[in-house]
Design a protein around this ligand. Structure first.
Ligand code: PEP
Length: 251
């Protein structure tokens, strides 16, 4: 059985004070059942505030990016050991906004994913196709390429320690959500790609759906057999909608 994960990607929203307010508001909603894991991915500057406000709760805190090296002359970057020391559980890597606006490459991710694992952090690796790639029938090629490149240096026995988020780029922040058939088909395909390296790990690896998930569409998406949770952007910014999605996942 795979424990679902609902992770809220706040993108570049919320100061430390606003982050604390959010956690204070959402915590009472998370005190009940715990069939789902809960993650919050705040901007770096709000990360310590979320760690502190979430203390003693089951909220896991993830950064939105990470560099692979542990220290050095890398101005503007944050290392795995710095995140660990700040109380982070993991880091989102390869989000399409980082690939699109900041030149994140598969070669960089091939270093970041194993570096996170080495440090004891859980990487949430984002992959997904553009609208044009889907229209040209290139979705599976894109996913295969990203999985092969980004996980190339991960030992097959550790693949299930990675969380994969399938996020069709055309569904991110657009209000256009993948149909249940599209989400299930793509995520089952990603699981089959992992099975090419380890059948056992493929059974265990958690693969999330991301792209305009909200409290209304979550029940259908989270009910799909291969979908192990969601990476939620816009709907994770309000405690009520985030808590409702967590509750849908059994949390
Ligand atoms: C995201 O930021 O990864 C995301 C899926 O955003 P949204 O839910 O707003 O589409």
């Amino acid at each position: 059985m795979r424990t679902p994960l609902i992770a809220g990607n706040w993108k570049m929203y919320k100061t430390a004070a606003q982050a604390q307010e959010f956690v204070d508001a959402v915590r009472p909603h998370l005190d009940g059942a715990d069939a789902a894991d809960v993650g919050i991915c705040p901007p770096f500057l709000a990360l310590p505030a979320v760690v502190q406000a979430a203390g003693g709760s089951r909220i896991q805190v993830f950064a939105q990016n990470m560099y692979h090296a542990d220290e050095g002359a890398f101005t503007g970057e944050v290392s795995p050991s710095m995140l660990l020391a700040a109380g982070a559980h993991g880091a989102v890597v390869g989000h399409s906004e980082r690939r699109q606006h900041f030149g994140e490459t598969d070669a960089a991710l091939a270093l970041k994913v194993p570096a996170a694992l080495e440090a004891g952090l859980t990487p949430i690796l984002c992959i997904g196709e553009t609208q044009a790639e889907r229209e040209h029938g290139e979705t599976e090629d894109k996913l295969r390429h990203q999985i092969q490149e980004d996980l190339a240096e991960v030992d097959p026995d550790r693949l299930a320690q990675v969380v994969i988020a399938y996020e069709p780029i055309w569904a991110i922040g657009t209000g256009v959500v993948a149909t249940p058939e599209q989400a299930q088909e793509a995520i089952a395909f990603v699981r089959a790609l992992i099975a090419e390296r380890s059948r056992e790990q493929a059974e265990q690896v958690r693969i999330l759906y991301g792209g305009s998930v909200n409290a209304e569409n979550a029940p259908e998406l989270l009910g799909l057999p291969d979908v192990d949770g969601a990476l939620v952007g816009g709907a994770s910014l309000k405690p009520d909608s985030f808590a409702a999605i967590v509750a849908t996942a059994g949390g």
